[in-house]
Structures are given as C-alpha cells and as structure tokens.
Write a protein of this length. Structure first.
Length: 119
C-alpha cells in the first residue's frame, strides 16, 4: 500500500493550490484521511481530515480558506487551498487509515509535498 501526495509548488500570497493524495495497493477500505503540515522548526500539525462518509474537520487557521474532499471510488483525497498566506508554507503530508485486503489496519503516510507561499 502506498500514498502518493502531489500538487505542491510555489505561489504568491492570495493564490490557490490543490493537493491530491492517491492510495494504491491491495486496499479493502479506507477510513479517515487527513492532511498534515510541518513548517521549518515546528511540529507536524493537523490541517484537515475527512471521514469515509464525508464528515470534515479543520484547523482553525485554515477554516474558510481550505476545503478537504475525497473520492472513495478513486481512493483519492484532495485539499483545495485558497487565499494562501506565507504562514501556510510547509511540507504537506497526507495520512490514511487503511484496511488492507488481508485484514490488517494501518495508518499510512504519503511522502510529503512542499507548499511555499511568497509575500
């Protein structure tokens, strides 16, 4: 099982980016999925997560600007980031709670994608 994150890049403040996280491998089901970020010198923090049924949760710092979503058929999660600020600069990681085809249940992490917002 692998998670592949993509979509990061360099943008100016006020612009938008869309991150994607695709799961692949022998997957039976995916429960909660989430985006985390880690800025230089800081701890990794939750940005947003989404349950299998679509219920969402956001960090206060991104409420009203970011939208998390998922496509269960494609085993893919998205993060639409609008009105980006320099303080959003970080490496963004995706995480998924996955039940594999042979029954084991594990939290998997993607490799991270860098988002840089210039002022």
């Amino acid at each position: 099982v692998q998670l592949q994150a993509s979509g990061g890049g360099l943008v100016q403040a006020g612009e938008s980016l869309r991150l994607s996280c695709a799961a692949s491998g022998l997957i039976f089901s995916i429960y909660d999925m989430g985006w985390y970020r880690q800025a230089p010198g800081k701890q990794r923090e939750l940005v947003a997560d989404v349950g299998r049924g679509g219920n969402t949760n956001y960090a206060d710092s991104v409420k009203g600007r970011f939208i998390i979503s998922r496509d269960n058929g494609k085993k893919t999660m998205y993060l639409q980031m609008n009105s980006l600020k320099p303080e959003d600069t970080a490496v963004y990681y995706c995480k998924a709670d996955i039940i594999e085809m042979y029954g084991s249940r594990t939290d998997y992490w993607g490799q991270g994608t860098l988002v840089t917002v210039s002022s």
